[in-house]
Write a protein that binds this ligand. Structure first.
Ligand SMILES: C[S@@+](CC[C@H](N)C(=O)[O-])C[C@H]1O[C@@H](n2cnc3c(N)ncnc32)[C@H](O)[C@@H]1O
Length: 365
């Protein structure tokens, strides 16, 4: 049977994909085999990490659809690794097989299995979960099939449940309380990490973010997973609660009703600073700019929104340069990839407000 579809190029990889595909958004499912062009940036980040700091031997793209991610990594990131590219849908596997052949890959193999069966019998150093919506039902299988020191990569598109829009769903799925706030995607991401930390601890495994972020309509997590009760305890020690007062803007970390969530760093700065973004990516400029910001981003939860503070003080937001200058005069400040108008600082709120007023004054002169 002739496979229906067309060839496209993403990065420097040729991909044969169905003619009806998702262009953007949280993957409104179009047709039986899924491909979303907007996820090219997500796949670029995977290629960049594999090119520099993720060095596994045996890898699993567990929910591969057309195989786009695993195939791009195999084609674009040099390394001594092998990929199993798996999907439980037999039609998806026809696309995967075709894409392996189109790109002449000898380090990739297509498998047609339910990931839970596959992971019950084999161990991998890198496992990628990319489901429709929440990844939580698949995490136990991934933890079971993870080597003693491995990397778990997870995409989650159910950002609304994690970020306070559906608090009941968040409680049921993630056993955590969420709340809407100006930094909703950061708290959502931290709830997601916290849930995986708790699941891993039940298996005496510790979890540490290599790089976790929010983009477009999804959360993406690269987590280092290590065996050991001590590792699990150290990860659990970084969980906690926080509160947000919408009248004063105050974020209190360590106490409150939002959580449990991960309060540790969202990335391993030492490793991320070693990433050299390779040439030839699909979203070259965007990927390079994100890594530039990640390398400088402060590890301080939770970021502020310029508009949030301007509204609280009943002032027009200052220019970006003036704001950064005023904040730098009181302490550390950085941009954040969570929002183009967001910033992080290590100073308490009252000092942030004072510096913000100063930035507004300097904009008026
Ligand atoms: C969002 S798509 C994956 C997209 C893909 N990673 C990409 O980059 O284009 C989710 C895929 O997971 C597959 N899937 C769902 N449940 C599965 C399971 N239990 N085992 C293996 N594959 C599964 C679906 O058939 C679907 O192709």
């Amino acid at each position: 049977m002739n496979l229906e579809g067309c060839s496209i190029v993403e990065g420097s990889t040729e991909l044969f994909v169905p003619s009806i595909i998702s262009e953007k958004g949280p993957g409104k499912i179009q047709g039986r085999v899924f491909f979303n062009r907007q996820m090219a940036f997500n796949r670029d980040v995977s290629v960049a990490l594999f090119s520099s700091i993720i060095r596994p031997r045996k890898c699993l793209d567990a929910m591969a659809a057309t195989g786009a991610r695993g195939i791009r990594i195999c084609k674009e990131a040099k390394g001594d690794y092998r990929f199993i590219i798996n999907d439980r849908d037999s039609l998806a596997c026809e696309y995967i097989q075709k894409n392996i052949e189109l790109n002449g890959l000898d380090n990739a193999e297509c498998v047609n299995s339910d990931l839970r069966c596959l992971l019950a019998g084999e161990v991998f150093d890198y496992i990628d979960l990319d489901p429709f919506g929440t990844p939580i039902p698949f995490v136990p299988a991934a933890l079971q099939g993870m080597s003693r020191r491995g990397t778990l990569a997870v995409t989650a598109t159910d950002t609304a449940s994690l970020s306070g829009t559906h608090p009941g769903k968040c409680r049921r799925r993630y056993l955590a309380n969420s709340q809407r706030s100006p930094f909703l995607h950061e708290s959502g991401l931290r709830i997601m990490i916290g849930t995986i930390v708790r699941m891993a601890a039940q298996e005496d495994k510790g979890v540490k973010p290599l790089l976790c972020y929010y983009a477009d309509h999804y959360f993406r997590l690269f987590l280092k997973v290590k065996d050991g009760a001590g590792e699990a305890d150290r990860s659990l020690a970084q969980l906690g609660f926080m509160s947000y007062d919408r009248n004063t803007g105050e974020r209190k970390v360590g106490e409150g009703e939002i959580g449990p969530l991960w309060l540790g760093p969202l990335m391993d700065h030492e490793s991320v600073s070693e990433v050299n973004v390779p040439e030839g990516l699909a979203c070259q400029e965007r990927t390079a700019q994100h890594f530039e910001i990640w390398k400088e981003e402060l590890d301080v939860p939770f970021y502020y929104e310029t508009n949030e503070i301007a509204a609280m003080l009943k002032l027009s937001p200052p220019g970006r340069e003036e704001l950064i200058e005023a904040m730098t005069s009181i302490g550390k400040v950085s941009r954040t990839n969570f929002s183009p108008t967001g910033f992080r600082t290590d100073r308490p709120l009252e000092e942030v407000l004072e510096a913000f007023r100063a930035a507004c004054r300097s904009c008026q002169v």
